[in-house]
Design a protein around this ligand. Sequence first.
Ligand code: ADP
Ligand code: MG
Length: 353
Amino acid sequence: MTPTVVELRGCTRDYGPVRAVDALDLAVHEGEFLALLGPSGCGKTTTLNLIAGFVPPTAGRILIDGADVTGRPPHLRGLGVVFQSYALFPHLSVRENVAFGLRERRLPAAEIERRVGDAIELVRLDRAGRQRPAELSGGMQQRVALARALVYQPRVLLLDEPLAALDRKLREGMRDELRAIQRSVGITTIFVTHDQAEALGLSDRIAVMHRGRIEQLGAPREIYEHPATRFVADFVGASTVLRGRAVAADRVAVAGSTLVVTSVRPLAVGTDVELAIRPERVRLSTGPGDNVLEARIEGLVYQGAQTEVTARLSDGQRVLASVGEPAPARLAAGQTARLHLPPDAFMVLVGDP
Ligand SMILES: Nc1ncnc2c1ncn2[C@@H]1O[C@H](COP(=O)(O)OP(=O)(O)O)[C@@H](O)[C@H]1O
Ligand SMILES: [Mg+2]
């Protein structure tokens, strides 16, 4: 088994009446790229700050390589940190920014030279070494911050929304590069983001956070295809959640119709069930067919390759459909439509915090 590098045991952090992190347990493995994903205010930054030692936990322990570091100051934890704002020294050159911490630690000049050179090469800033931060693009400043964290050869890299300040195109390029750098160094990385696409594309595992807790922890595909809760289904990829009642082990009554549901464990007859379905799995059906719900179209949003359709069932529940080619030019708000929901497209949710 891969060794655990960072571990949180029952970590809680209160700010006055606000419980920012709530009895959190988490084990991050050697070499893994783990994303903390969740909406603003769910406790991602606080979790990172607890690991880094910038704030102490109200309760709980933090371990690094099995050693309890709960009371240890940040600079003795062996971590590299990159914040959303890069916090570079404006009056220092790129090289000097990267070398700063090593100078503070009074490393031999030759070793500083070598390590700074390696770090700068790793993030491909070789040709910008003499420039000042203000002369660099956002993407390049980001690389300086990354080099400055990596130059310590930290045990763990902590990244708090490092791509958030970059524009979309730059962000995607930097995302791939970040992952390549992480792989080549093999460094255990904890990456905070509120962007689900970023988390899905980058991570070995994702911890989806909600109200200071981890709601689900798993590989990206697992999180996307088998969201455990309504919150995860909704936050990681839009989805519709339908409420119904199980009428057989594989049948759920929804809005007066019966849907066959094959993708899940047998249902307990008579229980209330929540079914999630991705908009791209919903088809607008013309003729008769199985697994169809009648609905009224409420809205259409043309998005190029796809049209987003909002429909409402007779009992008031809302369904999102993402309809591709052929473009449903004939559809209009106010019309009745038949929504075809494939039996294997449903995800059954548990719990509803
Ligand atoms: N220094 C602080 N003082 C008071 N409240 C804070 C402080 N830091 C965070 N919080 C509160 O804790 C909660 C979690 O915040 P944070 O960890 O920054 O969330 P995220 O990074 O997911 O947006 C929020 O309600 C936030 O307002
Ligand atoms: Mg934050």
